[in-house]
Design a protein around this ligand. Sequence first.
Ligand SMILES: [Zn+2]
Length: 334
Amino acid sequence: MRAALLRTNGLDGLGVEAAPRPEPGTGEVLVAVEAVSLNQLDLNVIAGLGPGRAARLPRVLGLDPAGTVVQLGAHVDEGLLGRRVVAKPNIPCGGCANCARGREADCPAQTVLGVHRDGGAAEFVAVPARNVFDRHDVDAATASAIVHSLPIVINAVDAASVTAADRVLVTGAGGTLGHVAVAYLRHLGATVVAASRAELEASDGVERVVAHDAAELAQALSAFEPFDVALDVSGHGGIIAAGVAALGWGGRAVFCSASVDARLELDARDLYLNRKQVRGVASADFEHVRRALRLVQHGDIAPIIGSRHPLDGIVEAYRGFGASPRGKVVIDVA
Ligand SMILES: [Zn+2]
């Protein structure tokens, strides 16, 4: 089969080449891949930095493949054969207390497809059967484009107990995660103020704030009534802190990324006296994935797909990843 194989760190070490077709192990399925998306984490794997250091090379990239189940390993429900599926990137251990109570996002022993094991930027990928989800009539590109982003957003919005009565600040709203966060919050009926570095198109019930850095954002937010919830997907410490400061009494802050800064500096007195809460939310539960796919299937939320490339164009797609237009970059494998 053809696969995007990273042999050595750096984009020069990545190429599309012939690789052995994987055999599904016990409890696994083999998926014939139709589409897979590019993610920030892939860049860490390619560079061998941060969470990407966990990848042993050579490694087939690809976190979020979607396709059709074509072969079953031992002890797998035969009904899965021929099923149109999408794979969840984070693979929980299945044996810990968090996994037992359906909190797969909080499994301390989870691994990631395309990082700890070969991923789906290939014609075939082997995945644990419990990590693939029926995508029904959702096309492979769309399913791949949302399976990593929308479930995390749903997890974060749940963690902040958002209701239709809440005023929610979304920071980092210009990116893929930001787009689905705003769409999901609007679907819930919440009032949304969306902050981003670049001007975004207007949409119903969403007020836009443009700020180029944390100081500019704090300044802009001082003109607003305090918020009930601040949801950050930017991963910037200063932006997260500006969101926490903009909360009112008992406000809840959640952030879904720490990709830019390791340090987060907060006013302890403001947090304590005003009964504010701050939580980081990483990954998602299986139930969040099922809910995300239902929302997309019913047309409630649609991802923005920025560009599509063939598998042979994946190295070029990574080269242009940072500069690509808004939306998910999808690789059409088949
Ligand atoms: Zn676990």
